[in-house]
Design a binder for this molecule. Structure first.
Ligand code: ATP
Ligand code: MG
Length: 393
């Protein structure tokens, strides 16, 4: 028996994409290549509805860890590679099953698939024969409904693969396959999750952070850079972060409404105007925020529509329907939570009263803004931006 191993990759929804399918596949291959670039000797092979990643000297474990972050992968299996002969497949299947019994598992079933439909016998018969070999060698019970483990057999064009583990991938679509978006990235919990959700749907991200120095300090900026680097890790390539000084604009805006109840809406409209300029420069087709409906007083439908009024690009809010606990669970999973909860001074909590407006009126907001030269404030902020390329962490 050959001791060779390979990582078998199953795609997700790419299958549904009709004519675009090969573009999505090409992108997935590129992204897998990026993800495993640090693994010496690893190679990717594309074959009929599957990708195979051949490991270098370090084996499949480092590949598995890296590929688990590639959107578009539905699942993967480290598999043993054998000759396309039933006797060889049976021997390997017995070894694979024996390893499972060492973990206390007993009942099993065999599932087979032929990429090469010319191969004889057909899949059900392969399963039956391989199953019988395992029963004969190890005396394990077959259970086709709720087995303790499944032995998978795939007949490829050149080799056969035998495996038992199926590791879930992140699903979604390959990053870069659905367009660019500009994320409004704060240091909070929600916006990194919003960015991750867009990456999952195949978008490429760049991000804008509004810095209110000295009210928000360098520590906050570093925290946002760390969050950007974590998103870059999921994106599999560096992320461009634009840092915009907002303090001057905030000072101008806060004087507009005496009680300050509209401050958050006024700041957010300013952020959206500025982010839109940056988004257009970068070729992004939408803005993304971490807002969730009614999570805080400023995130009501009324306020969102007043905020949306200044944007021509769509504002996407992928966390809109999340409960906070759902967003927190996701933040933990994508490894941004611990960074997000570091003590943080939020620029929007500056100069903001205890009871912000929950139903901003568009005409009133427009009237207040008309006292300022908004276009000049926007271009002043844009001209003082700093752009950094944040590598993956
Ligand atoms: P988050 O946890 O993402 O900060 P939040 O629930 O604290 O969200 P807000 O602080 O009101 O809500 O912000 C709502 C959204 O506005 C954020 O998710 C983010 O997209 C954007 N935003 C807020 N502050 C900033 C900032 N300083 N820079 C960039 N975007 C911001
Ligand atoms: Mg916040």
């Amino acid at each position: 028996m050959s001791a060779r191993e390979v990582v078998m990759i199953r795609f997700g929804e790419i299958f549904l994409k009709g004519d675009n399918r090969h573009l999505f596949e090409r992108r997935l291959v590129d992204n897998c290549e990026r993800a495993i670039a640090h693994v010496e000797g690893a190679k990717i092979e594309r074959q009929r509805g599957r990708l195979f990643v051949w490991p270098g000297a370090a084996g499949t474990a480092p590949l598995e860890r890296s590929l688990k972050r590639v959107f578009g992968i539905a699942s993967l299996s480290p598999a043993r590679v054998v000759e396309r002969k039933l006797t060889a497949i049976e021997q390997t299947a017995i070894e694979v099953a024996r390893l499972q019994t060492e973990q206390g598992k007993r009942s099993f079933k065999v599932e087979s698939r032929r990429a090469d439909k010319q191969f004889v016998p057909a899949s059900p018969e392969i399963s039956r024969q391989v199953g019988a070999a395992i029963v004969g060698a190890l005396g394990l019970p077959v259970d086709v409904h709720t087995p303790d483990f499944t032995v998978g057999v795939e007949i490829g064009l050149e080799h056969a693969m035998v495996f038992s583990a199926i590791v879930a991938g992140p699903g979604g679509l390959p990053v870069g396959s659905t367009g660019k978006v500009e994320l409004l990235l704060s240091g909070g919990i929600d916006s990194p999750v919003a960015g991750w959700l867009m990456l999952k749907r195949g978008c490429e991200l760049s991000a804008t952070y509004f810095h209110s120095f000295p009210y928000t300090g360098d520590k906050t900026k570093e925290k946002v850079i760390t969050l950007a680097s974590k998103l870059a890790g999921w994106q599999l390539q560096p992320l461009t972060l634009t840092i915009v000084p907002l303090t001057e604009a905030q000072k101008a805006l806060r004087g507009l409404d005496e009680e300050g109840r509209l401050a958050v809406v006024l700041y957010r409209r300013m952020m959206v105007r500025i982010a839109e300029v940056i988004a257009r420069e970068r070729g992004a087709r939408a803005l993304v925020t971490g807002e969730a409906l009614a999570q805080v007083a400023s995130q009501t439908l009324e306020n969102m529509s007043v905020i949306d009024e200044v944007a021509e690009l769509p504002i996407l809010r992928p966390c809109l329907a999340h409960d906070k606990v759902e967003t927190i669970a996701m933040a933990r999973r994508i490894d941004t939570y611990e960074t997000s909860i570091l003590p943080y001074d939020d620029c929007c909590s500056l100069f903001v009263p205890d009871h912000p407006e929950t139903r901003a009126h568009l005409e009133r907001v427009q009237r207040l803004e008309s006292r300022l030269d908004i276009a000049a404030l926007v271009s002043d902020c844009v001209s003082r931006r700093e752009m950094i390329t944040v590598p993956a962490k």
